[in-house]
Ligand binder design. Structure first.
Ligand code: NAI
Length: 460
């Protein structure tokens, strides 16, 4: 059977691309060895957010006596929580299957690998022929020498999300996004959580400004999450006091479970790259040109497999760009404008440049800020912690970036993302009437503040 395109991998890169290519009338096969939706749907974005939302109730219930509503001690039934989380995942998985069907995409349940130009060999023994092939095989968690996921004391993020138990003491290795998101969830579930991070600061590699980082650090401490910086995990020993991790700094940390969250690597081994001469870099990322084509003509790659932020929405954006390209349309994807949302408490969301990076890049900037504590809606929600910040080019007012740290930041950043993507000015945000009382008023006020005319904060 010959297809216009065979896509290998059904995560948010592969399935989104396949649906759009189906909409464009191409004959598509999507090969997936596990479940449609990939890591994001089954072991990443979606289950963590279901657990983030569910466990947020525990945190809120603890605060409720402050406004006159008291609950008893929460009783957490892990089995029901797991069933609920899986129900969310199942609904979305079924949705993807029916969307693929509605767009005439042939879904093949098998492991696929390149087998020479225009050929994909399946684990079933069959071979597919294709005019073009899209690799979208994603990424997997990295191990550290001496720490193996086969050791029951060592958890990967997959194991943490399986919710098999709530350890009394959880040690998280890696103060990156996964480490901090799971630290937040397990702390709310009742674990004593310690995070050790190799570098001098949490969330390295994320362009979060100084103000946001210090607020987040304070807030992690207030939740009882103990963060140790410049502590590189070096060895693990099983002792009578549980798993003991030694750090290069000389400190040691005892725990019942150790969650290893030190990054992910692209799944580029075992997919037949060598059969067509697809080039990858030293770390295994498949190299692509501006049309996402690899060094092998007719073979394309998207998502975590290629360099760039390892984010589901980046993978989907690449999948859409590729589908457009196959239909003869050239679309731009500016990687510097891809927003990010981090589900800690408070949430962190950002798009474009931070104040520090904008100055570092030589921009003369106007910065506007607005605190959650001055927003009626935020106070009514008992969410006074956090701020909105916009960074604009001083001369033109063009928005260069925005950072929001606070309740619902992940939902609030999209207004700024639209503005940055479309080259809008802070005045465009400031002049738009925003409904009152709502959280997005905070972004409007920050934009007004950048123009020196905020109403509800001092304009300095
Ligand atoms: P990461 O790269 O964000 O963080 C890994 C951390 O581990 C780094 O801070 C690193 O310095 C530290 N580390 C490395 N070796 C260490 C050692 N021996 N001891 C102590 N610390 C050590 O990687 P992470 O959190 O595993 O996430 C993987 C990818 O998935 C990232 O690109 C992340 O952005 C993405 N992701 C994004 C999410 C979101 O946007 N909400 C959610 C989950 C993942």
């Amino acid at each position: 059977m010959t297809y216009d395109v065979v896509v290998i991998g059904g995560g948010p890169g592969g399935y989104v691309s396949a649906i759009r290519m189906g909409q464009l009338g191409l004959k598509i096969a999507l090969v997936e060895k596990a479940k449609l939706g990939g890591v994001c749907l089954h072991w990443g974005c979606v289950p963590t957010k279901a657990l983030y939302a569910a466990t947020r109730l525990v945190a809120r219930a603890k605060e409720a006596p402050a406004y006159g509503i008291a609950f008893g001690e929460p009783r957490i039934e892990l089995e029901r929580l797991t069933t609920w989380k899986e129900g969310v995942v199942r609904r979305l998985t079924d949705g993807i299957a029916s969307l693929l069907k509605a767009n005439a995409v042939t879904v093949i349940e098998a492991e696929g690998r390149l087998a020479g130009p225009g050929r994909v060999a399946l684990s079933s023994g069959e071979t597919l022929e294709a005019r073009r092939i899209v690799l979208a095989t994603g990424s997997s968690p990295v191990e550290v020498p001496g720490f193996c996921f086969s050791d029951p004391a060592v958890w990967s993020s997959d194991k943490a999300l399986a919710l098999s138990e709530v350890p009394e003491r959880l040690l998280v290795i890696g103060g990156g996004v996964i480490g901090l998101e799971l630290a937040t969830i397990y702390r709310r579930l009742g674990s004593a959580v310690t995070v050790i991070e190799l570098l001098q600061e949490i969330l390295p590699g994320i362009d979060l400004g100084r103000r946001g980082l210090s607020l987040l650090r304070r807030s992690l401490a207030a939740q009882g999450i103990d963060v140790h910086l410049e502590a590189a995990a070096e060895s693990l020993a099983a002792t009578a006091d549980g798993a003991v991790v030694r750090a290069r700094s000389g400190e040691s940390f005892a725990a019942d479970r150790v969650l290893l969250a030190v990054g992910r690597r692209p799944n580029s081994l075992g997919i037949g790259l060598e059969t067509v001469g697809v080039a990858a870099d030293r770390r295994g990322f498949v190299l692509v040109d501006e049309h996402l084509e690899t060094s092998a003509p007719g073979v394309f790659a998207i998502g975590d497999l290629v360099p760039g932020p390892m984010l589901a929405h980046k993978a989907s954006a690449e999948g859409l760009k590729l589908a457009a390209w196959f239909a003869g349309e050239e679309t731009a994807l500016d990687y510097s404008l891809i927003p990010q949302a981090i589900f800690t408490d408070p949430e962190v969301a950002l798009v474009g440049l931070s104040e520090e990076s904008a100055r570092g890049a030589g921009h003369e900037v106007a910065v506007g800020r607005f605190p959650y504590a001055s927003l009626g809606k935020a106070l009514g929600m008992n969410e006074p912690e956090g701020f909105f910040q916009v960074v604009a080019e001083r001369k033109t007012g063009r928005l260069l970036g925005a950072q929001i740290v606070g309740a619902e930041a992940s939902d609030l950043i999209s207004e700024a993302a639209v503005a940055v993507e479309n080259g809008l000015t802070v005045a465009a945000i400031a002049d738009a009437v925003h409904p009152h009382p709502t959280l997005p008023e905070g972004l409007k006020e920050a934009a007004e503040n950048a123009l020196g005319r905020a109403i509800h904060t001092a304009n300095r």
